[in-house]
Design a protein around this ligand. Structure first.
Ligand code: N01
Length: 541
């Protein structure tokens, strides 16, 4: 290193090397790696504690639908050996306990400021530093910013006429009261039947006097068949964690191990196919998605799986009209995020549960006492919004991020997000976006994707420090090629056929662009190649 560069790459003037936004799974591991590498790093977190998604989403029934032995960090062998998951699919409280355990075990809290939201960030071209503003009006300076603000962290309340008049209480599943909610004896409305609604509905139905579900689009859901983990299951994973994690990272498209298929659905006889689907349905979980290798690319193959699930809905729900209303027809199965449930369809057989099909009876207005639809008014004491998130980009575009030439990220992304590898958006140097648009993120076991991004970013910063470089941007050409590639990969699948949040379709006015990259294994290979080629496509200076 030449003289003078130590000062350039090791701010000693109160400037941080790295400011991390968020203290969920992404932010915590980022902080840990950066500290180990000797960077001066600090995280800012809007909540009063760690956990991110798992801090906010405390609605009844919240659990992860990636199996717990896989939905955990792999970066520390002792950590993965010492922690014991109790169930096949972990509950939100158990995951939050795990995250707190990690924060304590690696002494991370001393470098986190809680109750502080980052609201703005402006890049200074002359000093290669970011000036970052908090909601307390504090100004911070950092050479690099890493956003670990999450893909599903900006809850969205629909703009329904009259909501301000409602005299009862209303809640969003993604911003659930810390103290919980007791629905005993109450008439409850729930709007939205995505993963959150589908998990909350059976639990709220058990407690409330009456639950009315307002459904706009029915969803495909698979039974979880959750159960306590046995010692043998735990031993299976723990005795070969290193190999299994490596396999998940390097050989699978989603970073998760399933019973992978060997053939096309169309090469199986009707009887064989039904047998395969039934076996996987009984086993439970998202394994069903992997029955055949062409379900995501061939409409004919996909229909066989969709028909099977629709038949299960008819078999489960006693009232045929309700079963029909709950059956999705207008998009291929798996092209919206598949739901995994515990007694979701069964819940509609309860006397205290009603389904309102908003496609037949559109919602007009929220009144002081309830909800008015085309067939009249129903009174409620509480409304639960399970209406989703401004996904993937919302956390970033809600921060006023200003890059080179005074251009805002929001403006640059007004026709769809653009970023090289989903990591850096050209014109916003030294700003890394963990699990950003154009990376596998939400189409993967997100912890696998987080670990890969953390390692990439940390290795990159160490490389830059060694080389005496303190600015990284993406080249316009590399970004353009990457965005085209992400779209090209998606267009070979059925995914763009659904009006899903992957496409931005749940937010009025949001551009319809397929945002995640399909293929954890391929993505990792490409990133590794790019690093081997001296960070090809990045501009380092
Ligand atoms: O949100 P969603 P979510 N009027 O966007 C409806 C992850 N997650 O919180 O489809 C009426 O999927 C909307 O209807 P439509 C997982 O990745 C994981 O449930 O737009 N309805 C839809 O039914 C998941 O995919 C886990 O027609 C309105 C629902 O609200 C992601 O988070 C658990 C409406 C929103 O569904 C998001 O799931 C939970 C309106 N104005 C979440 N606006 C696990 O790991 C929206 N809707 C288990």
């Amino acid at each position: 290193m030449r003289q003078g560069e130590a000062a350039k790459t090791q701010p000693g003037d109160g400037t941080l090397h790295v400011l991390v936004i968020g203290a969920g799974f992404g932010g915590l591991y980022m902080l840990h790696r950066l500290r180990k590498a000797g960077f001066k790093a600090h995280a800012y977190e809007a909540a009063d504690n760690v956990g991110g998604t798992w801090y906010w989403n405390r609605y009844p029934g919240a659990r992860c639908d990636v199996e717990s032995m896989q939905y955990s960090y792999s970066f520390d062998e002792e950590l993965q050996q010492e922690w014991n998951w109790s169930e096949r699919f972990a509950t939100q409280p158990e995951i939050l306990r795990y995250i707190n355990h990690v924060a304590d075990r690696f002494d991370l809290r001393r470098d986190i400021t809680f109750n502080t939201r980052i609201v703005a960030a402006r890049f200074d071209d002359a000093s290669n530093r970011w000036e970052v503003e908090t909601d307390k009006g504090e100004l911070l300076h950092a050479q690099y910013v890493v956003s670990a603000a999450g893909c599903l962290s900006t809850p969205r309340l629909p703009d329904l006429p009259g909501l301000g008049n409602f005299k009862g209480k209303f809640y969003h599943t993604g911003d659930w009261p810390r103290e919980g909610v007791d629905f005993t004896g109450l008439r409850v409305a729930l709007i939205g039947t995505g993963s959150s609604g589908i998990q909350a509905i059976p639990e709220i139905a058990k407690q409330a006097k009456q639950l009315t579900v307002f459904q706009r689009t029915p969803n495909f859901s698979l039974p979880a068949r959750n159960a306590p983990l046995t010692d043998a299951q735990i031993h299976h994973w723990k005795s070969q964690y290193a190999q299994l994690r490596k396999y998940a990272r390097e050989e699978t498209r989603s970073g998760t191990i399933y019973d992978f298929p060997v053939k096309s659905a169309l090469d199986a006889s009707d009887e064989e196919r039904t047998g395969e689907y039934e076996a996987r349905w009984q086993k439970g979980g998202a394994n069903f998605m992997h029955s055949y290798n062409d379900l995501a690319i061939s409409e004919a193959a996909n229909t066989t799986a969709a028909d099977f699930v629709r038949a299960k809905i008819r078999e489960t729900v006693k009232d045929p009209a309700v079963a029909e209303a709950l059956s999705p027809y207008d998009y291929p199965i798996f092209t919206k995020r598949i739901c995994v449930d515990t007694e979701y369809f069964e819940t509609y057989n309860r006397d205290n549960v009603e389904l309102v099909d908003l496609r037949k009876k559109p919602l007009d207005t929220i009144t002081a006492t309830g909800i008015h639809t085309a067939d009249g008014e129903r009174d409620f004491d509480a409304i639960v919004f399970a209406t989703g998130f401004d996904a993937i980009t919302g956390a970033l575009t809600s921060i006023d991020i200003v890059g080179l030439g005074g251009r805002t990220l929001k403006d640059k992304w007004s026709e769809g997000p653009r970023a090289y590898l989903g990591l850096i958006s050209q014109g916003f140097p030294n700003l890394f976006m963990m699990t950003g648009p154009g990376s596998p993120s939400v189409l993967s076991n997100v912890i696998v994707s987080i670990e890969q991004h953390v390692d990439f970013i940390s290795d990159c910063l160490e490389h830059m420090r060694r080389a005496g470089i303190d600015r990284i941007d993406a080249s316009q050409e590399a970004e353009n090629e990457w965005v085209a590639h992400v779209n090209e990969v998606a267009s070979q699948t059925l995914y763009p056929r659904a009006a899903s949040w992957y496409m931005g379709a749940n937010i009025p006015g949001k551009p319809r662009v397929f945002m995640p990259y399909i293929g954890v294994n391929v993505y990792r290979e490409k990133c590794d190649e790019i690093v081997r080629d001296g960070y090809r496509g990045f501009v380092l200076r």
